[in-house]
Design a protein around this ligand. Structure first.
Ligand code: GLA
Length: 381
C-alpha cells in the first residue's frame, strides 16, 4: 500500500469513522483467517469460505478453485467496496463462472488445438474453447477443491492452498503438485506465490483470474479506468486468439498503454486485433522480462473512486482482458447483472501457446525443478 492510503485510513480514524471502516477493532490490523461453510458440491464435498483481513484489505477465498469471492478496499473517503466480480452462491460458480476470481492451471490461457509435443511425445489436452484448450481444459484448477491451510506469520496473514493433479489429468503429463500462497501484508498488499513440482516433464503456467472493477462490482463498466502497462510489445493473435508468434510493437496501435490511458479510449478503433478479441484480450510482452523478484508492470486506476492497484510480477507476460464475453446473463455477488466491459482481468503469465512457440520463454517443468512465480497487488488511493 502506498503512503497516501495510509494517510487516508489514519485521517478517517481521526474523524471517528473507524467503525465504518471495519467490523474489527483495528481497521488496518491483521486478522487470522476465519473459516465458514460456503456450500456443498453435487457429490457432497464441502466447500469452505475463508475471510482474512490485513492493512485495510479484506478478502474472502473459497476452497473451490481458490476463488477470491470478494476483495474489499476503501476509497479516498474510507468507503469499502468489493472490487472483484463473483457470485453469492456456490451453485453459480459451478454452473457458469467465466473463471471469476479463480486460480488457473495447469496452463493459464490457450494452447492451440490443445496439443503440444514434448521430448518427442505428443500430448492431446482437453479442448474447451473451440478447437483450443483454455485455462487447463474442461476441469481446470478453477474447478478443483483445494486443501487450504491458514497462517499468521509476523505481521502477515494468509492461506496456503494445495492441489495435486494426477498424471494424465486433462491430458497433461506428470503428477503436478501445486502450492499457492495468498498473503495479505501489513501494508494491505495481496501477494500470490505459486509453486509446483512434477514427476514427469510437463508444461505449467499458473495464474489468477480476478475480474477487477475498482468502482465496485456491479457498478457499471470499467471503460473509464486508466491502465498503464510497462510493455513495448504484445503478442498479436489469430481469430482463435492463438498468438501468431510475432512480438509486435504497441507504438501507434490501440495496444499502447505505456502511458496511462482509459480502457475505453481506443476500444472501438477498427483494428483487426480488437475485432478478433471482441475488445482487448491480449498478452503484453513485459519490458522487464522474467525476473527473480516481482517488478512493477502495471497500474490500474479508477478516477471516480480514486482507488488504484499496482501490480508487480516475476512473470514475462500479462494478459489484459476487457471483460468482452460478459453478456448480461450472469447476476453478480451484489445482485446486479454483469454486462460487457463491467470488469477487466490482468493475468500475469507466460505467453499463450508457449508449448508450441519455441521462440517464447519456456513453460516446461521437469522432475527435480520447482516452478515459481510471484505476483503482488498493491492497493491505494
Ligand atoms: C481469459 C481469456 C479470454 C476469456 C476469459 C474467460 O482472459 O483470454 O479470452 O476466455 O479468460 O472468459
Amino acid at each position: 500500500m502506498d503512503m497516501s492510503r495510509r494517510t487516508v485510513v489514519a485521517g478517517a480514524a481521526a474523524a471517528g469513522v473507524t467503525a465504518a471502516l471495519s467490523g474489527t477493532a483495528h481497521a488496518t490490523g491483521g486478522r487470522h483467517p476465519v473459516k465458514e461453510l460456503f456450500g456443498r458440491l453435487a457429490d457432497g464435498t464441502k466447500v469452505y469460505r475463508w475471510s482474512l483481513e490485513n492493512g485495510g484489505t479484506r478478502m474472502k477465498v473459497l476452497s473451490y478453485g481458490g476463488i477470491v469471492q470478494a476483495l474489499e478496499i476503501p476509497d479516498s473517503r474510507g468507503r469499502y467496496r468489493n472490487v472483484s466480480l463473483g457470485f453469492a452462491d456456490l451453485d453459480d460458480y459451478v454452473a457458469s463462472s467465466p473463471y471469476f476470481g479463480a486460480l488457473i492451471g495447469r496452463y493459464g490461457n490457450r494452447i492451440a488445438k490443445g496439443r503440444f509435443t514434448l521430448d518427442g511425445t505428443t500430448h492431446q489436452l482437453s479442448v474447451n474453447d473451440g478447437e483450443n484448450s483454455l485455462h487447463g481444459g474442461e476441469r481446470g484448477f478453477d474447478k478443483r477443491v483445494w486443501d487450504v491451510e491458514p497462517f499468521t506469520r509476523g505481521s502477515d496473514v494468509g492461506l496456503r492452498l494445495y492441489c495435486t493433479s494426477a498424471d494424465g489429468e486433462m491430458g497433461y503429463p506428470g503428477t503436478l503438485k501445486s502450492k499457492v500462497t495468498y498473503t495479505l501484508t501489513r501494508g494491505g498488499d495481496w501477494r500470490i506465490d505459486y509453486e509446483a513440482t512434477t514427476d514427469r516433464a510437463t508444461v505449467v503456467n499458473l495464474t489468477s483470474h480476478v475480474y477487477w472493477n475498482l468502482a465496485g462490482e456491479g457498478s457499471g463498466s470499467i471503460y473509464d479506468h486508466e491502465v498503464s502497462i510497462a510493455a513495448s510489445r504484445y503478442t498479436p493473435v489469430d481469430a482463435g486468439l492463438i498468438p501468431t508468434g510475432e512480438l509486435a510493437k504497441v507504438a501507434g496501435t490501440p495496444f499502447d498503454f505505456r502511458r496511462a490511458k482509459a480502457v475505453g479510449r481506443d476500444i472501438r478503433v477498427a483494428h483487426q486485433q480488437l475485432l478478433y478479441g471482441k475488445g482487448i484480450d491480449h498478452n503484453w510482452v513485459l519490458d522487464k522480462g522474467i525476473t527473480g523478484t516481482p517488478e512493477h508492470v502495471a497500474t490500474l486506476r479508477d478516477p471516480g473512486s480514486g482507488r488504484t492497484m499496482r501490480m508487480a510480477t516475476t512473470e514475462p507476460g500479462l494478459q489484459f482482458y476487457s471483460g468482452n464475453f460478459l453478456d448480461g446473463t450472469l447476476v453478480g455477488t451484489g445482485g446486479a447483472v454483469y454486462r460487457q466491459g463491467d470488469a477487466l482481468c490482468l493475468e500475469t503469465q507466460h505467453f499463450p501457446d508457449s508449448p508450441n512457440q519455441p521462440a517464447f520463454p519456456s513453460t516446461v517443468l521437469r522432475p527435480g525443478q520447482v516452478y515459481r512465480s510471484t505476483t503482488v497487488h498493491s492497493f491505494g488511493v
